[in-house]
Design a protein around this ligand. Structure first.
Ligand SMILES: Nc1ncnc2c1ncn2[C@@H]1O[C@H](COP(=O)(O)OP(=O)(O)OP(=O)(O)O)[C@@H](O)[C@H]1O
Length: 297
């Protein structure tokens, strides 16, 4: 069966969970038996450095883009079925690379793997635009914060301009007492909501441990949400460990509104009024952030 193979994981703002999404979607699919490559296409950042031990002489994507190495030389095995292609860590090397070589490298990976995930740089630059246009589908990652949602509109426009297509939105670091319905954020951005990943301290701990979250804490709420997302996105039968709280990511379907109603009902009278005011303000913030971004462009 043919399916989308190359996904670009993109965000308008840095630090919203793009690399975490890349690593954990990839690992969840690899654990399910798919052959996966994850590529650090965020050239200035060395995002995968925590997962791959590199020496100064190691071959990286920089060498491939400079025409000095093949992509096979820059792939490092992370676990069964999954390899990573790290970008280099020295900005001197980066200056010598030609990002256009990425097209060739991605084509090569496409022929060898079932899924390729490109971790794309946030913001606007040549290195950001190219992978958006190369991918079969773009996954937009944002937190529900107004500033991140605002910047997401730029990524959507860049994707459009680069000829890419957006599969949908993944909202990360969501909280049960979230301020605005997740569906509503996706609706305002005019993209499908692919899933929500709850705030989970294990996500940060897993980075320090140099281990993907879905391996580090397989039963945790964010791990379960990443597995569910991987399954929904690809149709691959990704097992969700028993004991994980599947209700945590159920707001992908219904937004945070029902939880909000429950929280309000359980709160004291004063708390409810404050919460309601805060939510309304945050709701207005997200709505006006999107409207503002639309009028910028
Ligand atoms: N669901 C989560 N819950 C709590 N912390 C999270 C979650 N997802 C990611 N984080 C943490 O947020 C920080 C930023 O995540 P990440 O590096 O994935 O973002 P990014 O968008 O790739 O950033 P950059 O643009 O800098 O590459 C990290 O410390 C990560 O561990």
């Amino acid at each position: 069966m043919s399916h989308e193979t190359v996904y670009a994981i993109a965000s308008g703002k840095g630090g919203v969970g793009k690399t975490t999404t890349t690593v954990n979607l990839g690992t969840a699919l690899a654990e399910a038996g798919e052959r996966v490559a994850i590529v650090d296409a965020d050239l200035g950042m060395a995002n995968l450095a925590g997962f791959v031990s590199l020496s100064p002489d190691s071959t990286t994507l920089y060498d491939v883009l400079a025409g000095d190495a093949s992509i096979d030389d820059a792939t490092y095995r992370l676990a069964d079925n999954i390899v990573a292609v790290p970008s280099g860590t020295s900005l001197d090397e980066y200056a010598e690379t030609s990002p256009e070589g990425l097209r060739e490298a991605v084509d090569e990976l496409r022929s060898q793997f079932d899924y390729v995930f490109l971790d794309v740089g946030a913001g606007i630059s040549h290195e950001t635009v190219l992978p958006l246009g190369l991918a079969d589908a773009v996954i937009l990652v944002s937190t529900p914060e107004p500033a991140a949602v605002h910047d997401s509109t730029k990524t959507l426009e860049l994707t459009d301009r680069s000829g890419g297509s957006v599969a949908g939105l993944v909202l990360t670091r969501t909280r049960p007492d979230g301020d605005i319905s997740h569906e509503e954020i996706a609706d305002r951005l005019e993209v499908p909501l692919l899933g929500t990943i709850p705030e989970d301290p294990a996500a940060r701990d897993s980075v320090y441990a140099g281990t993907p979250l879905v391996v580090f804490e397989p039963d945790g709420p964010a791990s379960a949400a990443y597995r569910r997302l991987a399954a929904d996105l690809t149709g691959v039968d990704v097992p969700i460990p028993s004991g994980s709280d599947e209700s945590e990511d159920s707001d992908a379907d219904d937004g945070s509104a029902p939880k909000r109603a429950t929280a309000t009902a359980d709160s004291s009278a004063t708390g409810s009024a404050d919460d309601a005011d805060g939510r309304e303000a945050a709701h207005d913030d997200v709505s006006s952030a999107i409207t503002e971004a639309e009028s910028d462009s």
